[in-house]
Design a binder for this molecule. Structure first.
Ligand code: AMP
Length: 575
């Protein structure tokens, strides 16, 4: 069955009904009117996402259905989230948290994570969600760069913080979830404090341009960058959720992403709640049966996931799908990596629904290019630009290239959720805008005669493994900290399931010999120190890594050799 047949069965009556005319007539300013308390100098996204629903007809509507790996379940209405976040906001204020302070979160997907993000916005502070698989090195980089004042974590994860605490002078308090006893001097029990706190909190109104959250993301060089977003993002979050994810009042929505990554923050918290939608959070690892049981149990209608997960589900087979009633599903979206046509065709067969790919980045703050319910899908294409977004394929001078020709994917700067700064690094921020008038994405793509965008690859060395962006430099830096390693070069190599996997070429120090045991040891070292998502699945021991005369690792050459591609210009090669 082709996508068109499905469309005819379910004519689009809601949301983005006519893409072309909406795109032509769209004005961002019209969206401000969808909010309850929006002016040029007084807003707060937490008011729009939670309080206004709790204060009106949605007060008893479920905001959050929560379940974990042990089948523990919790449910929160919009009023519950308001009450809990008001209490925590009081705790934070009593701790001396002020507008603009950074509060970082190192938590699995527990309910406290969601409540904390809301509470932090309520006091006008800036949230920094971190992925719970991060090792001490990754945590230290983020807390240090942002000069975070408060960390909210669990006793388990806090163990990774102990060894780096001395290097974090700005960190004043650690709020521990699920720990009421044996607390150290600077540790506070989340439960004891919130239990005591008042339920009444006066929200801190802020300027739309005030900072809201920081998410660190990888580039080619240097440490991860603190991409910073502001309250004004709510305009983009609200309308892209409505039109690209097609969420409507009665939907039950499940976003499988962790809030440590941008999809989990924007479309696993802000977007759905700004729209007053009930959402499901599953705090657990991927497991095909468990995932299907979540859809069945909560009657999920809209599901936002990623290509690697879909490919894993495809591998898990069609038979297990028959065990579950997935008939509640009506709309599926995917993001983060190229979505192969094969997966779309499989989705059509087993779920009887097309999968809508969309494209965006940590820096763009919201979906930029998408497949919409009212437009036919061309399997393999990312779709068309969101209304209000001008996306073009350009060359390095900012000139548009011809239809069908590959080039840089550029976005005309100035949409509401565009990154506002790279934390404490103006130079890195400016690099995004080197081509006058354009934000450059770092991706290459082309556009076809019908205006559909097709992803080609990255223009730089950044690796995309299972939808996670990994900077080769971070992995190389962590590798050379291993006692056996003298030098390391890291690239991404194509992988059927994960888009790319990380391959490291390592030169050993004197006295060390290559062995499978050493490989395992190095992999364990990176998993523990940096993060489980960033370890090299492949390691090759080598005598040297190619470098330029100025000492930079020539990853391009490593990659060309690995993939049997032309090596290109080698005039700057040193060795
Ligand atoms: P992140 O900022 O970590 O979300 O990563 C953004 C990057 O993921 C983009 O620059 C792309 O390289 C990749 N990406 C995101 N969505 C897609 C998609 N639909 N198709 C292909 N690549 C994607």
């Amino acid at each position: 069955m082709e996508y068109k047949d499905i469309m005819h069965k379910t004519p689009v009556k809601h949301g983005l009904i006519n893409y072309e005319s909406t795109y032509k007539n769209f004005n961002w300013k019209d969206i401000n009117r969808c909010f309850d308390h929006f002016s040029d100098n007084e807003v707060n996204i937490a008011h729009e996402a939670i309080d206004r629903h709790a204060n009106n007809g949605y007060k008893n509507k479920i905001a959050l259905h929560w379940e974990d790996e042990d089948n523990v379940k919790k449910q929160y209405t919009f009023s519950d989230i308001k009450r809990q976040s008001d209490k925590l906001a009081n705790v934070l204020r009593n701790l001396g948290v002020e507008k603009g302070d950074r509060i970082f979160l190192f938590l699995p997907r527990v309910t406290e994570l969601y409540i904390s993000i809301i509470a932090i916005a309520k006091v006008g502070a800036i949230a920094g969600p971190m992925f719970s698989a991060f090792g001490p090195e990754a945590v230290k980089d983020r807390l240090h760069d942002s000069e975070a004042k408060v960390l909210i974590t669990t006793p388990d994860l806090n163990q990774r913080v102990h060894e780096i605490k001395e290097e974090l002078p700005a960190l004043k308090h650690i709020l521990l979830v699920n720990a009421e006893h044996n607390l150290k001097q600077d540790e506070i029990s989340y439960e004891s404090e919130t239990n005591k706190a008042s339920e009444s909190f006066k929200i801190r109104w802020v300027d739309p341009e005030d900072d809201l959250f920081i998410l660190y993301t990888s580039g080619t060089t240097g440490k991860p960058k603190g991409v910073t977003h502001v309250h004004n993002d709510m305009i983009s979050h609200y309308i892209t959720t409505k039109w690209a994810l097609d969420l409507r009042e009665d939907d039950v929505y499940w976003c499988t992403a962790d809030p440590g990554w941008v999809t989990g923050t924007v479309y696993g918290i802000w977007g759905p709640w700004l729209n007053g939608i009930s959402q499901v959070v599953y705090n657990g690892r991927y497991d095909a049966e468990k995932w299907y049981s979540i859809i069945e149990k909560y009657k999920v209608t809209v599901w936002y996931t990623a290509p690697t997960a879909l490919r894993m589900l495809m591998k898990a087979g069609d038979e297990i799908i028959k065990k579950y009633d997935l008939s509640s599903l009506r709309y599926i979206c995917s993001v983060g990596e190229p979505l192969n046509p094969e997966v779309i065709r499989w989705g059509l067969k087993v779920y009887n629904l097309p999968i809508h790919d969309n494209w965006w980045q940590t820096e763009t703050g919201s979906i930029m290019i998408a497949n919409y319910p009212s437009l036919p899908i061309k399997p393999g294409s990312m779709g068309k630009p969101f209304p209000g977004i001008c996306a073009k394929i350009i060359n390095t001078k900012g000139k548009e290239v011809a239809t069908g020709k590959q080039g840089l994917l550029g976005l005309k700067r100035g949409w509401p959720s565009m990154l506002r700064k790279v934390w404490a690094n103006k130079k890195k921020y400016n690099e995004y805008f080197k081509i006058s008038g354009w934000y450059t994405t770092g991706d290459t793509a082309y556009v076809d005669d019908d205006g559909y965008f097709w992803f080609v690859g990255r223009a730089d060395d950044v690796i995309n493994t299972a939808g996670h962006r990994v900077g080769p430099f971070e992995v190389e830096s962590a590798l050379v900290e291993h006692k056996a390693i003298a030098e390391a070069g890291v690239i991404g190599i194509p992988d059927k399931e994960r888009s790319e996997i990380i391959k490291a070429f390592v030169v050993l120090n004197k006295g060390y010999k290559p062995s499978p045991k050493l490989k395992k040891d190095i992999q364990g070292f990176i998993k523990k120190r940096l993060s489980a998502h960033a370890y090299p699945r492949k390691i090759e021991f080598t005598k040297d890594v190619p470098k330029t005369r100025s000492g930079k690792i020539m990853r391009r050459l490593l990659k060309a050799r690995e993939l049997g591609l032309p090596t290109g210009d080698l005039s700057t090669l040193e060795n």
